[in-house]
Write a protein that binds this ligand. Structure first.
Ligand code: 4AD
Ligand code: MG
Length: 480
């Protein structure tokens, strides 16, 4: 490259050697100071222009949003806020930005709400907040791979298009290239998917787990990391229709080993972010402090962003059975005073996010792993306990987030699984291969799924999941 990145320059000692940088103008003050950002760091490079030495034509085009190339020498900065700055000798305008047009966008230098930023998602990565979030997201993704690769897991690419519903929840997006206006019909007048592209009904995957299990049964330890799709009509700050999930799967591993892995993995990537995203996290922490100030005292977090991360690193996750949790919730103040939207009155109730957050934020005040859930409220593939009514499921619950991980020990017994599928109405014809896996060297095995965006939310302190993925897909919204 002919130019140097700003993150490198800011670590460089002043010298008479000429350097070149390229970036986008964030500000141009007094016809003299350009704040230039190239995305390599949250920090801007100050470029000092002696306007007497430049054409009026050029100076007029140094506008917020424009892409420019600057050459000069790196000198010790006279001003506060930076150690070095560039004494500019040459400026080339690479791409202009008309101030009248810029005024109408989020590039204009004033405060814009996150909602407005979402409407201009093609530009929002040029703001400090989104630059910081997306750089952090990238680092976290790398940390995920590093963790599993270091620990002997194989990265498995599970299919995006599948014929099965891994969660059995019927929340799938159909994949079809039949003519929607005139689909072929069968004898009964129903759409004839035999004539569709794959010769059967197919959908976008809701989870790579089932295929992941087949690979764990040969490679021992695998993980997937890819996009998953859910057509659930949840308009919340924690749900996306397209989200990225990390799903490790391990042969010869029970639920305890599974919980150990989840905790170790989560701590690793949080530690990685603390070590590799210092500047961005500092910015995001201050941003969050400002946001918290606008909330009533009772809703404010007791800890700053990085303090929360360190707290997670330094404390064991509290492991609690579903049954214990129900007792705690039944006797809790918000339950007795009917403050919960869903009152917990008996064993077997599904936990809502309000209950999960109560356990984590008010009761235990630390991350919690709930396990041994009622079979009825969990997916068909989870291993049945000897009590005949609970399964070896586990959810990791996080402060401010609720459920961040869902996993289980898998039902490895052919007969038990077959019966379970029948009783839950899971079509054996679709999942014959999954069942068959239990006939050839079946063994105890376990895995979990971590919602990547929920993790990014925790680390960046962003309140809405739509602000931690470049182009969020939610009900009624697939712009860009
Ligand atoms: O609990 P879930 O549905 O579990 C599974 O999909 C299992 N097959 C995982 C496994 O055992 N291999 O989803 C796992 C995690 C959740 O804990 C949550 O963090 C995230 O995925 N998640 C979502 N994130 C964003 N938007 C959604 N709509 C999500 N649904 C689940
Ligand atoms: Mg779940």
């Amino acid at each position: 490259m002919q130019h140097t990145e700003i993150t490198e320059l800011l670590k460089t000692e002043p010298s008479l050697h000429e350097i070149t940088v390229k970036g986008w103008v964030r500000a141009f003050r007094s016809n003299r100071f350009i704040a230039l950002n190239d995305g390599s760091t949250i920090k801007n490079l100050q470029c000092v222009v002696d306007f007497e030495n430049f054409e009026e034509e050029t100076l007029k085009k140094i506008n917020v949003g424009a892409a420019i190339e600057v050459s000069g020498v790196l000198v010790e900065s006279q001003g506060k806020g930076q150690a070095v700055e560039v004494q500019v000798s040459k400026i080339t305008i690479l791409g202009e930005a008309d101030p009248e047009d810029v005024k109408l966008t989020i590039l204009s230098p004033k405060r814009h709400s996150l909602e407005t930023l979402r409407e201009q998602a093609h530009l929002r990565v040029r703001t400090n907040t989104f630059g910081a979030v997306m750089r952090t997201r990238s680092k976290l993704a790398f940390a995920v791979h590093e963790y599993f690769q270091k620990n002997g897991f194989n990265y498995m690419h599970s299919p995006i298009i599948t014929g099965s519903d891994a969660e059995g929840a019927g929340e799938m997006f159909r994949v079809s290239n039949l003519d929607p206006k005139k689909p072929p019909l069968d004898d009964e007048g129903k759409i004839d998917y035999k004539q569709d592209f794959f010769g059967k009904e197919t959908n976008l995957t809701v989870s790579g787990q089932l295929e992941g299990e087949t690979y764990a049964m040969g490679l021992g330890k695998i993980y997937t990391f890819g996009p998953t799709f859910r057509a659930e009509n949840s308009n919340t700050s924690r749900h996306l229709a397209e989200f990225w999930m990390i799903e490790p799967e391990m042969a010869f591993c029970d639920l305890d080993g599974n919980m150990d892995l989840a905790e170790d993995f989560i701590k690793y990537i949080i530690k990685y972010a603390l070590e590799h995203c210092a500047d961005d996290l500092e910015f995001l922490e201050n941003r969050l402090l400002q946001v918290e100030k606008t909330k009533p005292q009772a809703e404010r977090s007791e800890m700053a962003l990085r303090e929360k991360m360190k707290f997670v690193l330094e404390n064991n996750f509290k492991r609690v059975t579903y049954t214990e949790a129900i007792e705690i919730l039944k006797n809790s103040k918000p339950n007795k005073k009917k403050k919960f939207k869903y009152i917990i009155d008996e064993w077997g109730a599904d936990l809502q996010s309000e209950h999960e957050r109560f356990l984590v934020e008010k009761h235990f005040k630390c991350p919690v792993i709930l396990f041994d859930y009622p079979a009825k409220i969990k997916a068909f593939y989870m291993r049945l306990n000897d009590d005949g009514k609970t399964v070896r499921a586990m959810d990791v619950l996080f402060p401010g987030i609720g459920e961040i991980v869902g996993g289980s020990q898998r039902e490895e017994r052919y007969d038990v699984l077959k019966e379970k599928m029948e009783s839950m109405g899971i079509d054996e014809k679709e999942l014959w291969w999954y069942l068959e896996l239990r006939k050839f060297g079946t063994c105890v095995h376990s895995g979990f799924g971590l919602g990547f965006e929920r993790m990014v939310q925790f680390v960046t302190g962003m309140g809405n999941i739509r602000d931690v993925i470049p182009y969020p897909r939610t009900p009624g919204n697939a712009e860009f």
